[in-house]
Design a protein around this ligand. Structure first.
Ligand code: NAD
Length: 498
């Protein structure tokens, strides 16, 4: 049984609060360890270590901090398999998928390797006679990251490399469901040359988060998780005077126009709806075929594909979909399937009876597919976060756009069509942060920024890319002149440009 504590001031420490949470292997359903929940005093110890280390780290030259990022990239690449295994053991997703997610995290470190360019300030020569004006970016101090269960390596890597490269210290609070990756990442940061105290991990649940939100020495909080939590983090964090970016939940639609390549659309739908058992904030959970003819043709091809999904433990080769993360989450997703039936939707594929031979206690659910879902149903309005795809038939392109825009979430959306004009009109009209044209999961690469609109993001900055650099730094503008410039003498009114 593993025993996960915290990572403070460059070392693993045991938890002292006496409060623990269980860790499960979702493939077998077995409890494989426990994680300590940090008390306010333990959070304070991490923040004190971070605060003590940060000023010296901020003084390290930009070039040396960049080299630490290069080293970190190398170490992460050497450890992809180990990290992916930790993801699969605690989250359940397939090893291939887990490796891909670690790779996407490494791409943020690659972006951070461009630090000298990213932190270049702006300089205006001779803004007035003998006067120059320049802007530079300073770190904020101690930043915190609170992350969800579905990407235990990638999402911490959206945050910590950029925060740290910019000269901040970081305190990570991983999901209590899969805490091992965060600890492993902290060790790799240290090995790469990040000084002790700059990358810390405190494990725990709500109480630990509340201690972070109230801590006066934390300047900024990055959050990714469910919308209700995101809103709470944003409101509480900003009430405590912190800069907060809080990314929330999603209900991502895929609109299929009558001229779409249906085979391409079906391949895209199966992967995007059922990959990672639907536990992705960019998963497609609503298919919107336009016109009944399109809907019938699409479902005819889709139904057998959902029935044939290869489900099993994520460590087994050839498996397409692993189990859900916990029994509690499995029960929640199953209850949504039951609700959909009660609400009158047509359940074309029912995965509720799926049993995995030899793994009867694992948290498995077969793929579920609904047709004739309507926009007033709860299974349409709420995020299910499981392998459940709803089909809502639209009568026209305009109806599909209006549907996407009326939904409270605005994370991702995709359109499948051969018509460039329709795709462009769609991309322009939708109130959604990330749009795919014949791309089902349009996650921007690390040098762009990731984030949704509406109730999928609270705060002003998306994550990684230049938005990440802006979030983790504050701007300073310096205006300078030297005695050889023109002397204006004493000025008592607004100085004017000369
Ligand atoms: P969650 O909101 O339950 O938990 C996220 C984090 O917040 C965890 O570290 C957890 O310990 C903490 N937390 C949970 N409840 C809390 C509370 N009441 N007060 C304070 N802290 C609390 O989310 P989850 O179940 O771990 O992750 C799934 C959710 O994350 C889904 O809604 C998914 O859409 C969302 N998500 C969003 C994105 C995005 O980029 N927008 C990415 C990944 C996941």
């Amino acid at each position: 049984m593993k025993d996960i504590g915290h990572f403070i001031a460059g070392e693993r420490v045991a938890g002292t609060s006496g409060v623990f949470g269980p860790i499960f292997d979702p493939a077998t359903g077995e409890e494989t360890g426990r994680v300590a929940f940090a008390s306010a005093a333990e959070v304070d110890a991490a923040v004190r270590a971070a605060k003590a280390a940060q000023p010296a780290w901020a003084e390290v030259s930009v070039v040396r901090r960049m080299r630490v990022m290069f080293k970190l990239k190398e170490l992460l690449e050497k450890n992809v398999d180990r990290l992916a295994r930790l993801v699969t053991e605690e989250h359940g997703k397939t090893l291939e998928d887990a490796k891909g997610s670690v790779q996407r995290g490494i791409e943020v470190v690659e972006f951070a390797c461009g630090l000298p360019h990213l932190l270049k300030g702006e300089f205006s020569h001779q803004v007035a006679t003998g006067i120059d004006l320049w802007s530079v970016r300073h770190p904020l101090g101690v930043c915190a990251g609170i992350t969800p269960f579905n990407f235990p390596a990638m999402i911490p890597l959206w945050m910590a490399p950029l925060a740290i490269a910019c000269g901040n210290a970081f305190v990570l609070k991983p999901s209590e469901k899969d805490p091992s990756c965060g600890m492993a990442l902290a060790e790799l940061f240290l090995e790469a040359g990040v000084p002790p105290g700059i990358m810390n991990v405190v494990n725990g649940g709500k109480d630990t988060v509340d201690a972070i939100l109230a801590h006066p020495d934390i300047a900024a909080v990055s959050f990714v998780g469910a919308t209700a939590t995101a809103e709470y983090i944003y409101r509480t964090g900003t009430a405590h005077g912190k800069r907060v970016q809080a990314l929330g939940g999603a209900k991502n639609h895929m609109v299929i126009l009558p001229d779409a390549d249906l085979d391409m659309a079906v391949d895209a739908l199966v992967g995007a709806a059922y990959g990672s058992a639907g536990e992705r904030c960019m998963a497609i959970s609503v298919a919107v075929p336009v016109g009944d003819k399109t809907a019938d043709a699409l479902l005819e091809k889709l139904v057998p594909r959902v029935r044939q999904l290869k489900i099993g433990p994520g460590t087994e080769p050839g498996v397409e979909m692993g189990p859900l993360v916990t029994r509690e989450h499995l029960d929640k997703v199953r209850s949504y399937v039951e609700l959909g039936v009660k609400e009158g939707a047509e359940l074309l594929v029912d995965g509720r009876d799926f049993k995995m031979q030899g793994y009867e206690k694992g948290f498995y659910l077969g793929g579920c597919l609904f047709d004739r879902v309507t926009t007033n149903m709860r299974i349409y309005k709420e995020e299910i976060f499981g392998p459940v795809l709803s089909t809502v038939r639209a009568r026209s392109f305009d109806e599909a756009v209006a549907m996407v825009n009326a939904h409270e979430y605005g994370n991702g959306v995709a359109i499948f069509t051969r018509d460039g004009d329709a795709a462009r009109t769609f991309a322009n009209a939708v109130n959604i942060g990330m749009v795919g044209v014949n791309v089902p999961i349009p996650v921007p690469l690390a040098f762009h920024s990731f984030g949704g609109w509406k109730r999928s993001l609270f705060g002003d900055h998306h994550t990684h890319g230049m938005e990440g650099i802006r979030f983790y730094t504050k701007l300073k503008a310096i205006t300078g002149r030297w005695p050889t410039g023109i002397r204006a003498g004493a000025e008592f009114s607004m100085p004017l440009l000369r």
